[in-house]
Design a protein around this ligand. Structure first.
Ligand code: MG
Length: 373
């Protein structure tokens, strides 16, 4: 049985990445980057267990994709690592960053060959450029660039990370607490994705799958006197509005469910519970915006939406264009890809009796194509 655990750090905010998605969620085929990296390293068979440290908002969604242990990360790399280390029960631990996407098996093997030869084993690259430090050219042979993954003695790493100092890698923490560091040959291919431009330097990534994901949504709200009626973000001239915790925009609610459905992200009640006072009388356009940003963050792009508003009253014929315009703006896609239909139920049922309105929504998404970014 292996005495080695792999920790993969995936909790970063991607602040420097400058694309609409978080880098953890760019797709390689159908797989988000974090899953691609996990599966690639798992295939080596070297690890007793893999632990992934993830952003708290993403843990539940990630668990739908992977059976590995996923723990909630902290406010920075070191805090995330500390959390993940609590779940490690092996003598040795290897720590890598999801952004270091193309680490190959040969590098992992080199690290394992040296396991125990020092308190931490570190892949290092020499400097190829001239190095100037505080205005003075220095001997570049004296400079080494340290990479991850690094292989540490678990107990020593736990101890070293109790410090309040923020270290950029494990070896700096271990050395600062009196431990030993062994540098071994690194790997240029193990380049780290920090900026969007880095994607071109990552050799092992395939483009995202060219596919369409579809979702549907349905919602009904009853009429209530004395409220403003809003549908698709447009105010409708009507003596009554909708009974609801929010502003009651039943069309946007159905659409949010269609969007979440296509992305596999659950439903509107999970995202915006109607027991939460924050959503009392809220403008549903704001809820749509939050949903839309979430989809982008998880690596999806919107292709089109189609809504069918089922209402015996009020008459919506004259509002359809304004609704299209408003939705196109909210969703940042052309009006031609936002379809709004209105129909009645021929006086049948609760809608026919003019007790409320129902809306059906459909949406299609694809994966953000980072190869074109
Ligand atoms: Mg609703």
């Amino acid at each position: 049985m292996s005495d080695l655990t792999l920790i993969l750090l995936s909790a970063g905010e991607s602040n420097r990445f400058k694309l609409p998605l978080k880098k953890q969620w760019l797709r390689v085929g159908h797989d988000p980057l974090w899953l691609f990296v996990t599966n690639r390293l798992k295939a080596s068979g070297f690890f007793k267990k893999i632990i992934i440290a993830a952003h708290g908002d993403e843990v539940a969604f990630m668990r739908l994709y992977s059976n590995e242990q996923i723990v909630t990360g902290g406010e920075n790399r070191q805090a995330s690592l500390r959390h993940a280390l609590e779940a490690v029960d092996t003598e040795f631990v290897m720590v890598s960053d999801i952004a270091r996407a193309c680490v190959d098996e040969a590098l992992i093997e080199r690290l394992i060959e040296h396991k125990g030869a020092a308190d931490v084993i570190v892949p290092a690259l020499s400097a190829v450029d001239t190095i100037v430090y505080q205005g003075e050219t220095i001997e570049r042979a004296d400079v080494q660039r340290l990479q991850t993954p690094q292989l540490s003695k678990t107990a020593l790493l736990r101890e070293a990370l109790k410090s309040d100092t923020l270290y950029t890698d494990e070896s700096s923490a271990i050395v600062a607490s009196g431990g030993t560091r062994l540098l071994i040959e690194g790997d240029e291919a193990a380049h780290k994705i920090t900026f969007a431009e880095d994607l071109a330097k990552i050799p092992c990534l395939q483009p995202p799958a060219r596919t369409t994901l579809s979702g549907n949504g349905f919602d009904v709200h009853a009429f209530e006197e004395g409220r403003t009626m809003v549908l698709c973000g447009v105010t409708i001239d009507s003596p009554f509005g909708f009974k609801a915790h929010s502003d009651g925009d039943v069309a946007i609610h159905a659409l949010i469910d269609a969007l979440l459905g296509a992305a596999g992200l659950g439903d509107i009640g999970m995202l915006f519970p109607d027991t939460d006072a924050r959503y009392k009388d809220i403008d549903s356009a704001e809820l749509l915006n939050v949903t839309f940003q979430k989809l982008r963050h998880f690596g999806f792009e919107l292709i089109n939406v189609d809504l069918t508003i089922i209402a015996q009253t009020p008459r919506l014929q004259n509002y359809k264009e304004a609704m299209r315009r408003r939705m196109s703006k909210l969703l940042n896609i052309p009006m031609g890809r936002v379809n709004i239909k209105a129909t009645t139920t021929e006086h049948l049922g609760f809608i026919g009796r003019k007790e409320g309105v129902g809306v059906l929504a459909g949406a299609t998404l694809n994966y953000f194509d980072w190869t074109q970014a």
